[in-house]
Design a protein around this ligand. Structure first.
Ligand SMILES: Nc1nc2c(ncn2[C@@H]2O[C@H](COP(=O)(O)OP(=O)(O)OP(=O)(O)O)[C@@H](O)[C@H]2O)c(=O)[nH]1
Ligand SMILES: [Mg+2]
Length: 441
């Protein structure tokens, strides 16, 4: 692996897009290429998925990142993505005329969006041609001839030509990279190659440290009132004179990177299907790993986002701490932690209640989740409940967050207040938003 400068050992990065009507087999092709598997009943994509695989070509290891677009993608809206794209696989179903016509139309849209990347035409489901009266392989070939693009018929089901199709587009992109580098010694001029690939093509050492964060359902983050997100730590040990950072300036950036209006205007392509991607590349650093993360926000349905915990014989409780059963909301298992005589600053005078992630030892290292939640003690006489709302980032190492002084013990015990009835206390947790941070690498 000479010349490999990344932790996961690739020399170049190639970004590919899969485009085509719903049902033509895009995800099946990706699954066949990246995992060697074919599923008969895959779910239609609802998000734009990214997967990766390495390909060995001309003595180089190439990381192929594939973005599998949802059917509704509009190329005007994804112009930013296209700028980072090196190649597109335009897929149609050889047994369906409408998908072929749609592929022709999409090709024209791609031509106008950006002509700088490689496009190949894929006629998928070739295993089905004997079942059908007509097939549209010849029109595909003819169209590809007219446009001077590569055409191949594939079957994700029978694993026919799938590897060949992906490798061919990677090979074409790679050749373009080499050609551009030869033509431009500074290697700054190739719009078809991502800056990551350009850097590694002329330098064995100076790879950019790379961090990418995708946020799914950005609006939920805004709705939750989160005004700051801090990324995980990623290494970029800039030793050398060119760094602008020093002990008095540990932070550098743009307080007005982009206006909110411009960012949220879908026509600009920054926010697409309520998802966006932020990234940083730090140049002139020794080899460090690329980190791609995705913060996926979700809003559990109101009917299922509440857990109710009934605590009986409250006045007889001897334990200093009680744990509720675990409950799963927003893909995370939670539990409530309850100190009947208080803890920390509330010790001896308050009820203390915390929300905790269940079984955190089983979580992978680096696990991280955001949540917005309410904890409530029910008023059993019909008056107002006692409720406190909070939001917090939970980590594998710090999995509990809550209120050491949720409520004064004197108030709880006061029979006039209605919180304790027949020595029963009812505690509830509402989880309204959950954001899970996942590593893509
Ligand atoms: N016979 C046959 N069926 C295929 C082939 N490729 C995919 N399919 C089937 O076609 C259907 C749709 O496949 P997907 O891979 O989900 O299609 P898609 O293009 O990703 O669809 P969207 O995610 O909705 O855009 C599934 O039932 C697959 O099993 C193939 O090569 N041959
Ligand atoms: Mg799909």
């Amino acid at each position: 692996m000479a010349d490999c400068s990344r932790e996961d050992g690739h020399d170049h990065l190639v970004n590919l897009l899969l485009i085509g009507d719903s049902g033509v087999g895009k995800s099946s092709l990706v699954s066949r290429f990246t995992r060697g598997k074919f599923r008969t009943n895959p779910k239609p994509n609802t998000t734009n998925d990214v997967v990766a695989r390495h390909v060995y070509l001309d003595g180089k290891i190439i990381k192929v990142q594939i973005l599998d677009f949802t059917e509704n993608c509009n190329y005007g809206d994804i112009s930013t993505t296209l700028l980072n794209t090196n190649g597109a696989l335009l897929v149609y179903d050889v047994t369906s005329l409408s998908t072929f016509e749609s592929a022709e139309k999409r090709y024209r849209e791609l031509e106008t969006a950006n002509g700088e990347f490689e496009v190949v035409l894929i006629g998928n489901k070739s295993d089905r041609i004997n079942e059908c009266v007509d097939n549209f392989i010849e029109p595909g070939k003819a169209f590809a001839d007219r446009k001077s693009i590569f055409f191949i018929e594939t079957s994700a089901k029978d694993n026919r030509n799938v590897e060949k199709a992906f490798v061919e587009v990677v090979r074409r992109v790679f050749q373009k990279l080499i050609k551009n580098d030869a033509m431009d010694a500074d290697a700054h001029a190739s719009p078809a190659i991502s800056s990551e690939a350009r850097m590694s093509s002329y330098s064995g050492r100076n790879e950019p440290a790379h961090y990418m964060l995708k946020i799914e359902y950005f609006s939920l983050l805004v709705e939750a009132g989160t005004n700051k997100f801090e990324s995980d730590v990623f290494e970029a040990n800039a030793e050398g004179k060119r760094t602008r950072f020093h002990e008095k300036m540990m932070k550098w950036g743009f307080s007005k990177l982009i206006s909110h209006d411009s960012f949220t205007n879908t026509g600009n392509g920054f926010l697409f299907h309520d998802s966006c991607v932020f990234g940083v590349e730090i140049f002139a650093v020794p080899k460090y790993a690329a980190i791609d993360q995705c913060l996926s926000m979700m809003k559990p349905p109101v009917v299922t986002n509440t857990h109710t915990w009934t605590i009986e014989k409250f006045s007889e409780l001897n334990e200093s701490v009680l744990y509720s059963d675990y409950f799963k909301i927003g893909k995370v298992k939670w539990k409530l932690v309850f100190y009947p005589k208080g803890t920390g600053e509330g010790k001896g005078k308050c009820l203390s209640i915390f929300l905790q992630v269940h079984n955190s030892v089983l979580l992978p290292d680096g696990w991280r989740a955001y949540t917005k939640f309410k904890i409530r003690i029910k008023n059993q006489c019909g008056d107002a409940d006692r409720e406190i709302e909070a939001d917090n980032w939970f980590y594998k190492s710090t999995t509990a967050y809550g209120f050491p002084c949720f409520m004064q013990l004197t108030e709880v015990g006061d029979p006039q207040k209605g919180f304790l009835l027949d020595d029963v206390l009812i505690v509830e947790a509402d989880i309204s938003v959950v954001g899970l941070l996942k590593n893509h690498n």
